[in-house]
Design a protein around this ligand. Structure first.
Ligand SMILES: [Zn+2]
Length: 287
């Protein structure tokens, strides 16, 4: 990492921490659960005392406090795009040519394990890559015989994918409205842990999926964090505002209109939680 990027990263983290402290002093937020609005919450752990992880005693969601909505700003911020060593970093033209020639195989962008797994359930169809970054995942799906598009709120990344990979990547949620009941599967790979209002995301995905369409979710595995507190390294902080465990999905997916096929640790990475579900009209969505 070069000196300027390192400095930028340190300044960014410092700014975030100042924002957290300011929040405590001047505008204390309510501590209601962002998913079910319950006030019945328990503190599980903290980082530097001020950044806390709560669990909702009603729905079991674990969420970061302060819930300052940093994430949307953060992901539209150019600092995120330039952040080094985070897998969705934008490649150079030369790097991209090489990556494409090998279908991203054995690179940090390689999702062939996930596609192989998904193909056991669905071999083709229209996919929505929810949180598509610059399109490297969608590109691999299309190479495997799927069709579809991506959704990414970071305009710089979305445009990069459109211009350099020839993909359709929508950056405005309203642009998705015309695709209701349009997808056979939705793929959300390490996205939901960055979004505070996950109820809206599930409701949107429900509407976008065809009947019995598949939902594949991959998130950091924060199951048993009480017994294994070291998981807090990745569970919450500036970029992760929600921490998921198996319990949350088992408890809530049905009321969101999905029937669960599997919720378990990924076989290739125990730090990753995998959720496979299908849109199920009979479960009765509670919007
Ligand atoms: Zn809750």
């Amino acid at each position: 990492m070069d000196r300027n990027k390192r400095l930028k990263l340190v300044i960014d983290k410092g700014r975030y921490f100042c924002k957290v402290i300011k929040n405590y002093i001047f505008c204390r937020q309510d501590k209601t659960c962002p998913f079910c609005n319950s006030r019945e919450i328990s503190e599980i752990m903290n980082k530097f005392f001020f950044i806390k992880l709560f669990r909702c005693n009603n729905c079991s969601l674990m969420f970061r406090y302060p819930k300052d909505g940093v994430c949307n700003q953060y992901y539209r911020d150019s600092c995120y795009c330039d952040e080094p060593k985070i897998p969705p970093t934008l490649p150079t033209v030369l790097e991209l040519t090489q990556l494409k020639s090998q279908n991203f195989k054995d690179s940090i962008y390689d999702i062939s394990d996930k596609i192989t797994l998904i193909k056991k359930y669905i071999k083709e169809g229209n996919i929505l890559d929810y949180g598509a970054s610059w399109g490297y995942e969608l590109w691999q799906f299309i190479n495997e015989g799927f069709s579809g598009l991506g959704y990414e709120i970071d305009i710089k990344r979305a445009k990069f994918g459109e211009e350099n990979l020839g993909l359709k990547i929508i950056h405005d949620s309203k642009g998705l409205d015309c695709f209701q009941s349009g997808f056979n599967l939705v793929f959300a790979n390490h996205v939901l842990e960055h979004i505070e209002d996950i109820r809206s995301v599930f409701n949107r995905i429900y509407k976008l999926l065809k009947d019995a369409g598949y939902l594949f979710i991959f998130v950091p595995n924060c199951s048993d964090i009480d017994k294994e507190p070291w998981r807090k390294i990745y569970a919450f902080g500036q970029r992760h505002c929600i921490a998921f465990d198996k319990r949350f999905f088992y408890k809530n997916l049905s009321s969101l209109g999905f029937s669960i096929i599997e919720v378990k640790e990924c076989m290739w990475n125990k730090y990753e939680l995998m959720v496979i579900a299908r849109k199920d009209k009979t479960t009765g969505i509670l919007i």
